[in-house]
Design a protein around this ligand. Structure first.
Ligand code: 5GP
Ligand code: MN
Length: 332
């Protein structure tokens, strides 16, 4: 169900009357998650709302250049449960299932605050009082743009920078299928409001620690092709992390390399996190090859061409063999 049109005025009504709000986004946040949280945060703060961003995971290093990113708090029950319970509204961004905020979910659901869900994933399972949900949107940042635009109050440079960042990252640098004239017009307006596309790209894409590139080298070295070259598989092992001193967040973006090969229609990245008994499976695809359906088979989800899931307490080899076998019907 597309509740975008009814959701935006309701969302603005909530923001017009709220005095304190909590903003949160999914674990292992990406550019769209942090960009949308900060885009909304600056809008709220400029209207005199006391806003706090509380996330389950810390903010990745390459997004800490965004204005106020250093003020984003990492959830602990002791520090935040009372704040979450007392807020007028809780804005839940860029996620469709409450387990994507892990242990923070219980406190959010228990709070009497109005919940505002702003998201572009399919099949939202969160029952929020206000829903700004549009699966046709490139990004949650696009929805934040529409909300602020509908307010008629304009964008601060801080909001514009944050929103541009999420649109840029969730469109793969303006390359994925939903990149159309309208999204370029939005990007152009964000530039008018003060977003600097060169500085943002430089910070997001060209500011990685050397250890990340060494890890990427190992990941590229692991690439294999199956099913007549239609599926490419990349693997990052716990050992790779230990040898390179790279962090979990450093694998962000690796999976896009699986699709860079001619003839490949689906790419899968398996990441074995050290000491966690968890394998993350990131799936990307081209055209109408359904990455989200494959992710759904392993209790994950996402979008048509970008989806993911996690499997626990299984060996990497086991998980990889099972998922590659499941992939055959999507690629052949
Ligand atoms: P990524 O591979 O970049 O982490 O995730 C790709 C897409 O899948 C994102 O849109 C993300 O929201 C979604 N996704 C990632 N992890 C999960 C998960 O554990 N469960 C569900 N339902 N979706 C996920
Ligand atoms: Mn997103």
């Amino acid at each position: 169900m597309n509740t975008l049109t009814t959701g935006i005025p309701q969302c603005l009504e909530v923001l017009a009357s709220a005095k304190t709000i909590i903003i949160t986004t999914h674990q292992n946040p990406d550019g769209d998650a942090i960009g949308s949280a900060l885009g909304l945060y600056h809008f709220a703060v400029n209207r005199g709302i006391k806003a706090t961003i509380i996330n389950f995971s810390p903010t990745p290093a390459n997004l800490q250049f965004l204005p106020a990113a250093h003020g984003i708090e990492v959830y602990t029950p002791e520090s935040h449960d009372a704040l979450i319970a007392a807020a007028d509204a809780i804005c839940i961004l860029d996620l469709n299932s409450i387990n994507r905020i892990q242990t923070m979910g219980d406190a959010v659901l228990a709070s009497p605050a109005v919940k505002v869900l702003i998201d572009h994933h399919q099949n939202p399972t969160i029952d929020a009082g206000v829903m700004v949900v549009d699966t046709d949107s490139t990004s949650t940042c696009e929805l934040i743009f529409r909300i602020i635009d509908a307010s008629g109050l304009g964008f601060s440079p801080e909001s514009a920078m944050s929103i541009y960042t999420g649109i840029m990252t969730d469109t793969g640098g303006f390359r994925y299928p939903r990149t159309d004239a309208e999204i370029f017009q939005m990007a152009g307006r964000l530039l008018d409001y003060g977003a600097d596309p060169v500085a943002i790209a430089e910070n997001v894409f060209n500011s990685s620690p050397f250890s990340r590139t060494v890890l990427l080298g190992k990941a590229l070295g692991s690439l294999t092709l199956s099913y007549g070259g239609k599926l490419s598989v990349m693997t990052v092992t716990a050992d790779d992390f230990l040898q390179t001193n790279a962090l979990e967040e450093d694998t962000e973006g690796f999976v896009s390399h699986t699709l860079s090969i001619t003839g490949v229609v689906m790419g899968i990245l398996f990441v074995e996190f050290p000491g966690k008994n968890a394998i993350k499976i990131s799936i990307r695809s081209k055209g109408d090859v359904r990455a989200n359906d494959l992710a759904g088979e392993i209790n994950g989800g996402g979008h048509l061409n970008a989806a993911a899931g996690r499997m626990y307490n299984r060996s990497l080899e086991d998980v990889r063999a099972e998922v590659v076998e499941k992939a055959v019907k999507y690629v052949v």
